[in-house]
Design a protein around this ligand. Structure first.
Ligand SMILES: [Cu+2]
Length: 105
């Protein structure tokens, strides 16, 4: 019985460590959604799907991330646990049109 309780405690902490999944799509050189809402204090996995034919580079100095996304492909980015606030990001290859904000609440 005691071991069973320990098992559930371990399961609980394992669950807390698993990242929540979010998707960010790049289409026609725009991020969809332009504002992505994620929870504070949690590890977050963001899949960046590039539906354009041209490569993009997901970049954020706020999040300290920079990663190439080839055309018609996707990458995963892990961030957090983050404090509540707003974190800007953009496509370094199309900085004028392709930008967004990660809103952490
Ligand atoms: Cu860059």
């Amino acid at each position: 019985m005691r071991y069973l309780a320990l098992f559930f405690v371990a399961l609980f902490f394992a669950g807390a460590a698993i990242a929540e999944d979010y998707t960010l799509t790049i289409k026609d050189h725009k991020f969809q959604p332009a504002e992505l809402l994620v929870p504070s204090g949690k590890k977050v996995k963001i899949t960046v799907k590039n539906e354009d034919k041209t490569p993009a580079e997901f970049e954020s100095s706020d999040l300290d991330r920079e990663k190439l996304v080839q055309g018609n492909s996707q990458i995963d980015i892990y961030v957090g646990p983050l404090n509540a606030g707003k974190y800007g990001f953009f496509d370094d290859f199309h900085e004028d049109t392709t930008k967004g904000t990660l809103i952490v609440k």
